[in-house]
Structures are given as C-alpha cells and as structure tokens.
Design a protein around this ligand. Structure first.
Ligand code: AMP
Ligand code: MG
Length: 413
C-alpha cells in the first residue's frame, strides 16, 4: 500500500467551510415546553424575554444611613429624625424641610427625600442627625428602572439559561419560561476491540473511553442521551442502530469506523441507509470526521481516536447540536499568546494542539505544549487548559511567535 502524506492529500475540506455547510443543512427542533423557573437551568429560551416590570420598581437606598433633602444640608446643621424606612417596611410619611429618616439598604426612599447620607458620615444624638463632609444631591439612591425598564428586551430567544440569568428572570417575577425541548441524542461506540470498564480485556482489547466522555458533555449541555452502548464492527448491527436512531433520536453520534481501515463500516452503512454530507476535513486531529443524515436524524461520526473524538465534538458537533437545539452560540473567544517553545506544524491542515496557557511576568499570555500531540494520547488533552488554533497554511511555529488559542477549562468538557 502506498503511503500518502495525509497533509498533502487533496480534497480535504477546510474547517470553516465544512462547519458552515453542516450548519446550513440542519433545521432546529421547534417543539417547546413551558417549564417552571426552577427547572430552567441549561435549557434554551424559545422566546425572547421582555421585562414585565421596572427593576427596581421604586426608588430605594444603596446604603445604610439617613434619607434627607439635599437642599437642607448645611455645615454643622442638624436634621430632625422623624422615622425609619427598613427593607420591606417603608416610612409612611413625608420628609419635610429640616427632617431626615433613618434608612437601610434596599428600603424605599421616603416621599420628599432625594438623597442618602451613609451612617458613617453622620453624627447622631438625641434624634438629631448632622451630616459631615460633602453631600451630592441624589447620592446613594437607586432609581426606578435603572436596572431594567418595563417592556425592555432582557434575553433573546436561543439563549442558554445559566445561573446568572435565572437570578435576573427571578427578579422580574417570572415563574415559567417557554423553552425548546431537550435534544434526544443517540450515542454509540463501534469497535470489536472495545470493552466497558469492569470487563476483562482479551489480548488486543481496550476500554471504550469515548462514549462516557461524550455522554458527559451531552449531559452538561442538558441533552437527553440514548446510550446504544458498544456495537461490534458488524455492518448489520451498525445498520440496525442507525435505523433505530432515525426513529427515536434527533441526532446520532458514533465513534470509530470512519477511517479507511478494513473494519471501518460506519461511513459505508451511512451511505446505505442515509446520506453522507461530508467526510474528511483539513483539520488535525479529527480528519476522518463524517457528517450526514439518517432520515431526519442528524449523523455525526467521530473518529475513534479519543483526542480526535473530543476535539471534533467541540469544533463541529457542539455548534451543530446548538443549531438543532435552537441555541444561539456566541462566537468562540480566542486569545493571542506568545509561543514559549517551538510547535511542530505542517502546512495543509488546521491544527488544534493541546496546550497550557499562562500569564507571564510582563502580563502577557504565554503558551507551552501540553505534551504528546498524538491523537491517541488523551492524558495530555485532559490536562490541557487550551487548544491552539494553528492556521491551515502555517508551518512550524518558532519560539516567540504569536499563536491563537481558545481556553477550554470550565466549558462543558
Ligand atoms: P477507528 O476510527 O475505528 O479506526 O479507531 C481509531 C483508533 O481509536 C483505534 O486505535 C481504536 O482502537 C481507537 N478507538 C476507537 N473507538 C474507541 C473508543 N470508543 N474508545 C477508545 N478508543 C477507541
Ligand atoms: Mg474501529
């Protein structure tokens, strides 16, 4: 068999082309559910949210202190204390000339008052309060609607609900949300050599490591996983699984069997029972990633090598699932960093090397390799805190050159 250099191999799809084509071929699931706010974490908003109220809805104090009229403040002149306004217990009267009201943070500003002076800046004796130091009219007052105004657009449809958003939604008094139903994703690993952890390994066997990782990522994304387990390299069984997924899932994710080896049946079966959109990308790792459909079910064929599987999930499957789920993904935030060592790179494919970024003494960002860049060595991937995005046409990176990277800590993986 002739050895072809993978990097100079013609016909590989550039990453962004493939991604755009894939996204264009996917239609979002449009079913919606009305759910209580308590169950909304990690769901996708089906409708934009507008505020039903002003937040805050009344003028209130930003400090513990005294509410007064700014025009009454004069050096050394005391004000008569006429009452108290606590959070949840407003002062019922009105502040008149020469008067003030004791007020706590979050308590309603009494009628007549326009300014709050911190208690630390007041002298208080026998119900007479004397402000000290300069006072600016209107200080320490939170105004109605200064956070959000009634009718204002708060979140767009397609936003993934996080903990911060839940607090905002709750501050609007919303108890229910309209969200897209979670995606149902069928997941399987192919390979005669694969065993589940706990099973005995016969000579030549390895443990299946892709399925649990992908399952965890799908779980973090709030998706429903249909675990089809390990399927042997048998076209009939693979076919059966694909047809089952076409009935019960929105998407199917497989790993393995998409290369050009003798037992690589995934792509062949996809061509038989479905439609192949593309296969083989100008990326490293992850060249043999396959995309297509079985009926209405989107198909994503991850390469078997664990690093390739995880990286292609992130680069291609994650945006595709977002599109299917009705989620609007923010563009990937990339950073520029200084290579603190040389990186080996051949022109021809975009290379997503696993690396460590760290802040340098001069405040800049530096980056070193996370170790072996073999697509079979997952430990370096697990330890990395970033992925380098090395451009398709770029060659070796010398120490000191600038590289683009994406931080991966704290994401869904
Ligand atoms: P394949 O894409 O099926 O040719 O597999 C490429 C490499 O990845 C081979 O070394 C497989 O043994 C390995 N591999 C395939 N699937 C998995 C899996 N689920 N977990 C760990 N390694 C795998
Ligand atoms: Mg295989």
């Amino acid at each position: 068999m002739a050895l072809t250099d993978c990097c100079s191999q013609p016909g590989l799809r550039p990453y962004l082309d493939a991604k755009t084509e894939m996204l264009n071929r996917l239609d979002p699931v449009v079913d919606t559910n009305i759910i209580p706010l308590e169950q909304a974490l990690n769901t996708i908003l089906a409708d934009a949210v507008t505020s039903p109220i002003d937040v805050p809805s009344f003028a209130n104090s930003a400090m513990d202190g005294y509410a007064l009229r700014a025009e009454d403040v004069q050096d050394g002149v005391g004000l008569q204390l006429v009452g108290t306004s606590l959070a949840g217990h407003p002062f019922g009267g009105k502040v008149k000339a020469g008067e003030c009201v004791r007020i706590m943070t979050g308590a309603a500003l009494p009628l007549g008052a326009d300014t709050v002076v911190m208690q630390e800046n007041c002298h208080s004796e026998h119900n007479v309060v004397t402000p000290r130091g300069p006072v600016t009219a209107g200080q320490h007052v939170r105004h109605p609607a200064e956070d959000l105004a009634q009718g204002e657009r708060v979140f767009e449809a397609g936003a993934r609900v996080n903990a911060r958003m839940l607090s905002v939604l709750s501050s609007l008094g919303l108890e229910q949300l309209s969200v897209y139903r979670p995606l149902r994703v069928a997941l399987l690993s192919t390979g005669d050599e694969l065993r589940a952890p706990g099973e005995l390994l016969a000579p030549g066997d390895i443990y299946d490591s892709n399925r649990i990782g992908v399952q965890a990522m799908l779980g973090r994304l709030g998706m429903e996983v249909l675990d089809y387990g390990i399927i042997p390299d048998d076209p009939a069984l693979i076919r059966q699984a694909f047809l089952k997924a076409a009935i019960e899932a929105d998407a199917i994710i497989t790993s393995g069997g998409v290369s050009v080896g003798d037992a690589d049946y995934t792509k062949q079966v996809l061509e038989e029972v479905g439609h192949i959109g593309f296969w083989k990308l100008a990326i490293k790792p992850g060249k043999p990633f396959a995309f297509g459909h079985v009926g209405d079910c989107a198909f994503f064929g991850l390469p078997g090598n664990p690093v390739s599987a995880a990286v292609t999930f992130h680069l291609l499957v994650r945006p595709a699932l977002a599109r299917l789920a009705g989620e609007r993904l923010a563009p990937t935030l990339t950073l520029q960093a200084r290579a603190l060592m040389p990186f080996k790179k051949a022109p021809g494919r975009m290379d997503f090397q696993r690396a460590f970024a760290r802040v340098l003494p001069d405040g800049g960002l530096g980056v070193v390799s996370a170790g072996s860049q073999s697509s079979a060595v997952f430990s370096a991937m697990a330890e990395a805190n970033c992925l380098l995005h090395l451009e398709q046409d770029r060659g070796n990176v010398a120490e000191g050159e600038t590289v683009t990277l994406e931080l991966i800590d704290g994401l869904y993986w």
